[in-house]
Every structure is written in structure tokens, then in C-alpha cells.
Ligand binder design. Structure first.
Ligand code: ADP
Ligand code: MG
Length: 266
């Protein structure tokens, strides 16, 4: 990995649950994240908006180390993702440690990404059992509770192909919750759904927000962002060009590119 991170111990002792400092990321010489700074407080709901190709997915993926960063740093709950300070030196974590840290960060993708050969229940129990966190029985009890919470108590034994897109996405949310993550990332969770199924997924996310779960949501649902988010962050060309309370950014945006974007989607 060509990563260079310069950071002192004092800088890692941060207050935000997620702290992103000056993150840069390039693919084949093209810089897609160009110095991102973003802090997410515990219990905060942050909506990330921006045009296609602006770097939203890449940014989410750096938060749970599905992508490394070329410059800058990402910490979750004070831990550098993928790195560890021992004394003054920074060490790259082993794959197993990265996986362990990644379990503290839930992620829900546009296309659900459920295991097709596992039932809804098994999709939810798989990780806590595989990681040795819970016995099979305890995982089952937890999973049934979570499926109930997302309105799918009666679908536990169904396979993904037997479920609608909205139901599959709710299973994916239950699966993310099963590891009791510190933060859950959503990457356009309703973009692949038929319009009539969007509401049931947004309802579940709204419930999580109301329970005080820390959420980072990439979405084109401007109305939902306005209702649920504490803060809206607008990305353009790999940079944060505007951020603030939804009532400001979504109602009276200052940046012309945000104005253009909203004029198109609203
Ligand atoms: P968004 O989610 O805002 O649409 P992305 O983060 O997916 O944007 O992509 C930002 C830019 O990075 C795009 O130009 C995209 O083509 C490019 N990109 C994303 N992932 C890769 C990759 N794995 N390899 C090469 N280019 C990529
Ligand atoms: Mg994307």
C-alpha cells in the first residue's frame, strides 16, 4: 500500500465519533477525493449529497477501510482505521485487525448485497457467529428481534430471491445492526428500489435516527435528508463545497453548484 499518514498521538485523541482529516484518494492518477475534512458526532445523522461521480461512495468506503487513503486520516471512535499508533510510530494493521475494526462500522449498499444462499435469518446471524461474538442460539434470538424491528418477523426463513427489494434492504439493515456498530453508513439505500418500496426502507432508517444511532447517509432523497439529517454535506469534485443544517443548505444554498443540483432534483 502506498499510503503515507502523518499524524501525532495528540491528533488521534479526537472528539468526533468519525473524524476525517484531509483525505485524498486517487485512482490511476485521477484524484477523486481532494482533501476531505468531515467530523461526525456521536448520535449525529449526516446526509451526504452530491452529483454522480463526486466521490460519495469512495468517501464512505474509506470510512470502513474498503478503500485505503493516499493522504490524510480516518478515525472511528479514536481508532485510526487500518492503522495503529505504537509509541510515536504508525503501523499498518493486519488483515484480521482491519476486519475486526470494520465490524464496528455497519454499511448498507444500494444493491443490498445479501448472501443469496442464506435465509433472511441466516444473513443476520452469519457475522456475529462467524466472528465468535455470539452462540448460534443467542445470534438467532438477536436476529429474530432485529427482523421484527425492521418489520420482517414473518420472513425469517425466506431467501433473498423470495423477498422484494424493500424487504431485502431491510434485512441488510438488520444484518448491519447485528454487530452493534458504532456508526452505520448507507450508500444510496433506496436508489435501486421501485418507488413504492422506498418508504418502508426510509421508515426503518428514520427509526434508527430517532433512537440516536450515528448515521452517515448518501442519498438523493432530498426530502428525507431534510427531515432526518442533523447536517447535510454537499460533495462536488471530491471536495466538500457546502455543509450545514438542512434548513440552510437545502433551502437557501449558497454555492451555485448546490443551487443547480437542487434545482434539478427537486
Ligand atoms: P459517487 O458515489 O459520488 O457517484 P464515486 O465515489 O463512486 O462517486 O466515484 C468517484 C469517481 O471515482 C468517479 O469518477 C469514479 O468513476 C471513480 N472511481 C470510483 N471507484 C473507482 C475504482 N475502484 N477505480 C477507478 N475509478 C474509480
Ligand atoms: Mg456512489
Amino acid at each position: 500500500m502506498s499510503t503515507t499518514i502523518v499524524q501525532t498521538a495528540a491528533e488521534t485523541a479526537t472528539k468526533g465519533l468519525v473524524e476525517i482529516h484531509n483525505v485524498h484518494k486517487s485512482y490511476g492518477g485521477v484524484e477523486v477525493l481532494r482533501g476531505i475534512d468531515l467530523t461526525v458526532q456521536p448520535g449525529e445523522v449526516v446526509a451526504i449529497l452530491g452529483p454522480s461521480g463526486s466521490g460519495k461512495s469512495t468517501l464512505l468506503r474509506t470510512i470502513n477501510h474498503l478503500e485505503s487513503v493516499d493522504r490524510g486520516s480516518v478515525t472511528v471512535d479514536g481508532q485510526l482505521i487500518g492503522y495503529e499508533l505504537r509509541g510515536a510510530k504508525l503501523y499498518e494493521l493486519r488483515e484480521r485487525e482491519v476486519l475486526e475494526r470494520r465490524t464496528q462500522i455497519g454499511i448498507v449498499f444500494q444493491n443490498f448485497n445479501l448472501f443469496p444462499h442464506l435465509t433472511a435469518l441466516e444473513n443476520v446471524t452469519e457475522a456475529p457467529v462467524a466472528l465468535g461474538r455470539l452462540s448460534k442460539d443467542d445470534a438467532r434470538e438477536l436476529a429474530l428481534g432485529l427482523l421484527d424491528r425492521v418489520g420482517l418477523a414473518d420472513k425469517a426463513e425466506h431467501y433473498p430471491r423470495q423477498l422484494s427489494g424493500g424487504q431485502q434492504q431491510r434485512v441488510a439493515i438488520a444484518r448491519a445492526l447485528a454487530l452493534k456498530p458504532k456508526v452505520i453508513l448507507f450508500d444510496e439505500p433506496t436508489s435501486a428500489l421501485d418507488p413504492e418500496l422506498v418508504g418502508e426502507v426510509l421508515d426503518v432508517i428514520r427509526d434508527l435516527a430517532q433512537l440516536g444511532t450515528t448515521l452517515v447517509i448518501v442519498t438523493h432523497e432530498v426530502g428525507f435528508a431534510r427531515e432526518v439529517a442533523d447536517r447535510v454535506v454537499f460533495l462536488d469534485g471530491g471536495r466538500v463545497i457546502e455543509q450545514g443544517p438542512p434548513a440552510e443548505v437545502l433551502v437557501a444554498p449558497k454555492h451555485p453548484r448546490v443551487q443547480d443540483f437542487l434545482a434539478k432534483v427537486l
